[in-house]
Write a protein that binds this ligand. Sequence first.
Ligand code: AVJ
Length: 331
Amino acid sequence: MLQQRARALAIAHGTASSLAECRQDILAGLTAAQKHLSPKYLYDRRGSELFDEICSLPEYYATRTELAVLSANAAEIAALVGPSADVVELGAGSSLKARLLLDSLDRPTSYQPVDISAAYLLQQAAEVAATYPSVTVRPVLADFTRPFTLPSAVTAQRMLVFFPGSTIGNLSREHAAALLASLAERTHGAALLIGVDICKDAAVLHDAYNDSRGVTAEFNLNLLTRLNRELGADFDLASFEHDAVYDSVHNRIEMRLVSQRHQVVRVAGVAILFRSGEYIVSEHSHKYAPKEFADLARAAGWAPSRCWIDDDARFSVHYFRASGAGANGAN
Ligand code: AVJ
C-alpha cells in the first residue's frame, strides 16, 4: 500500500489500490462522524514485524492456539485435502502456519500467498521457496478485501484456500459473509481451511489486546507514524494512546487511537480536528461461536465439513467444501 505498494504494482495480480485511492480512503475515514481507518493500513514493514511480536506474547493466545490445533490435526487435514494441493493463503503474513501445512500435506503442488505487505510477502515467499524446492511458490500482492484475480490452480478440486489467524474477524459479519460468498463463487470446487477466534471471557480478550509489554500499543500507534511518513501527516505520537475495548453486543474487540487533548492534525493537507478523548477506530476483531461461524459460511455457499477446537475452546479451525462440489467432497 501507499508508496511501497505503488512501486510494487508491477508484480500485483490483483486490483491493488493506488496511493491516490489510499489517500482518499484514509481522508474519508478521518473525516467521518466516527473516525476510522482500515486495519489493512497497520501492516507496513514495521507493522508486520510488530504483529509477529504480538503473536508470541503470553496474553495473545490466538496464534499459538491455532498452531496447536493445526498441528494436532495435521494428519486429518492432510487426508481431507488430498494429494497435489494448490494452497492459496489469504492475508499470509508470516509463513509459519503455511510451513506447518506444507509439511503435513501430501506433495503439495503450489503455495500462493496473497498479501498487501509487499516486502514482507516477497521475503516470506522466498523463504518458503528455498525450503520447499518441489513446491511452486507464487506470491500475489493484493488486498483480498477487494476484487482480485485468484491465483491459478490446476483444478479447483485441488485448490485449498487457507485463511488462518482469524483475519476474517477484521471484517464485519456482513462483509465476512460477502467475502466468503465471493470466494465460494470464484473457487467452485475448492476447499477452505480457516482459523476463527472464539467468543470468550471479556477479561481474557481485553488482556490479549492490551498486553503488559505494550507491543499492541506500539503496533496500533505505528499506524500514525506511517501516516506521518507516507502521507505527510503531522500526528504527535505523544498525544495519542492505544486502547482496545471488548464490545459484547457485536462480539468484537475495537482497537482505538485516543486523542489525549483537543488538537488539529494535518493529513495530506487536510486539517482534522480531534476533541480530547475522541478516537480513531483502527481495527475490529470479531469473535464467533463455532456454530455461528459454520452457519455463516454455509449461508455463503460453503458446506461445513470439520471443525477443530483446542481443549479450552479458545480458537477454532474450520474445514469447508464448496457446496455443490459433488460426492468427492469430504463428508
Ligand atoms: C491478525 C486481525 C487476526 O484481530 O487478533 C492482534 C490483529 N490486532 N492484536 C487480531 C491484532 C491486535 C489480529 N488479526
